[in-house]
Design a protein around this ligand. Sequence first.
Ligand SMILES: [Zn+2]
Length: 256
Amino acid sequence: MTRESFKTTGFVLRTLSYSESDLIVTFYSHDFGKLKGIAKGAKRSKKRFANVFEPFSLTNIIFTRKSRDMLAFIESCNIIDHYHTIRQDLEKTLIASYFIDLTDHFSPEGKNNEKLFQLLQDFLIMLSQEKVSDCAIRFFEMRLLKLTGFEPALERCIICKTPVTNGNSYYFYPRDGGIKCSVCARPERYDQSISTGTVRTLLLGKDMDIDKIKLIALTDSLAMESRNILTGFISHVLGREVKSLKVMEQVRKLCI
Ligand SMILES: [Zn+2]
């Protein structure tokens, strides 16, 4: 069977050393979604694949493969954007690493999602140009959840369907994927309360114009609550914590 040849662009999600000289590279590509391929000789030939396989680099990829479910053979790969300004800044590098980790965890192999590619590109460009706050990280999470079919139900109580109203209190239930009002919730000790301010912020983040994100500043309590709700929900959906988030938060503690 002959190998068909394809061309696409993709972000490097991660690499795995395969043998003395080869690498297995996982991309999030524009035309094929998550794509895994072998780069023969990548560890030896610096010329053929010069520094292209660093996480979150955007690359042109030419690959061949026998069938969709087989490992791709990476023929050539060259850099479109290395995001230097992100790499020069530890905080930004950690945020970008978290973005690609989430993309990796939420994308099944071979399922194309052009909007997810665009989301990653938009947020990496924003990160390379601006100083971003935690609000941008939460908005990335909200958008990613929406695009991958895991959007939490925050607009109304999932039981009585009453829309969120200022002055009422709410609880968030990761296993139910949404909020309940105080009448329906019967909260227990460990249930997470969520303020209407947080609900409205997260809803806003779902589709707000990306250029306006930098104008939003959250109070410490809103930032903390949004973080706990969303990262708790993400861990619940994935069945584990996201390592790069932990690393980011540990480094921040050391740097304060
Ligand atoms: Zn209710």
